[in-house]
Design a protein. Structure first.
Length: 98
């Protein structure tokens, strides 16, 4: 069984159907997967240092030549941590009210 993450990184995509699912079953049609590395090109950039949507660990020796990058990454990690806590508190508050 292949997980969604493995499938996403493999480069194989399933095209969008232009007919309804009932017609696919009725006429015994299949949608074949094909290799398209460009469709999910963003996944390859997720590990890039400037992508601030992730909280990343920093190896200080790796970026000792440029302390501004390390400072910016620490600042953005802190921001993402605050946003994550805010989302969790808001979610728990909504659950308590309902």
């Amino acid at each position: 069984m292949v997980t969604k993450k493995d499938r996403r990184h493999s480069g194989y995509v399933t095209p969008q159907a232009t007919v309804s699912f009932k017609d696919l079953v009725k006429y015994d049609l299949f949608i074949n997967d094909f290799y398209d590395d460009w469709s999910d090109y963003r996944d390859g950039f997720r590990d890039w240092f400037r992508d601030f949507k992730l909280i990343k660990k920093i190896k200080f020796g790796q970026f000792s030549y440029n302390p501004e990058i390390v400072a910016k990454r620490l600042q953005m990690n802190k921001k993402q941590d605050i946003l994550l806590r805010r989302r969790k508190l808001k979610k728990n508050k909504i659950k308590r009210l309902t």
